[in-house]
Write a new protein. Structure first.
Length: 197
């Protein structure tokens, strides 16, 4: 896969992950990130996805994906089975946020979480001036068809990690086309966090 076609968040995650490591991608979607990690970093990649069409796309790419719902837990995996567990754009969609988060930290030596920022200034402006649930490039769904269950900001997630004794080793905040360094809770569309226990 050529880099110019990959999403920015997937490129950043690929940059963070060490070569030749074993990863589990929870809510792997169509396998774009796993393909990058296998092709660019020589990783051994496993995915779990509940959308059947996305699974077909993964299989067509030669990826190892299981059909499953990550909300039901990861009991089939022992502690620290993977070098990295990835939850990119999937953690905010699960029903049992805390359970999935703890399970990811249990089975992974490190966990990478990528989340949309519901406190982005465009979302705030739409809510304030229009009085309507925001729709943005990082939150492209209307309120009635959104897969998102949890609506959190970058600051919310940082506080959450602290309350769960999860250490943030690294964080990267992204706008639509580049990294955001200044006031990420206001200007970032997406946050990517590298976590350890």
């Amino acid at each position: 896969m050529e880099h110019k076609h990959a999403r920015l968040d997937n490129l950043v995650i690929t940059e963070i992950i060490e070569p030749n490591t074993n990863i589990l991608d929870l809510g792997c979607g169509n396998g774009e990130l796993m393909s990058l990690l296998v092709g660019e970093k020589g990783c051994t990649a496993h995915g779990i996805e509940k959308d059947e069409q996305a699974i077909y796309e993964c299989v067509e790419k030669g990826l190892n994906v299981l059909h499953g719902d990550i909300d039901s837990g990861l009991s089939e995996y022992s502690d620290e089975s993977f070098d990295y567990v990835i939850l990119n754009q999937s953690l905010q969609q699960v029903a049992h946020f805390d359970t999935v988060f703890r399970e990811a930290l249990r089975v992974g030596k490190k966990v990478i979480v990528g989340l949309p920022n519901f406190a982005h200034y465009k979302s705030r402006l739409q809510l304030f001036f229009l009085g309507r649930a925001p729709v943005t490039s990082s939150l492209p769904y209307s309120w009635y068809d959104s897969p998102n269950v949890h609506f959190l900001s970058m600051t919310d997630f940082i506080h959450y990690c602290s309350s769960r004794n999860a250490k943030i080793e690294r964080s990267v905040f992204l706008g639509e086309k580049k990294r955001v360094a200044l006031l990420p809770n206001l200007f970032a569309n997406v946050g990517i966090f590298l976590l350890t226990k």
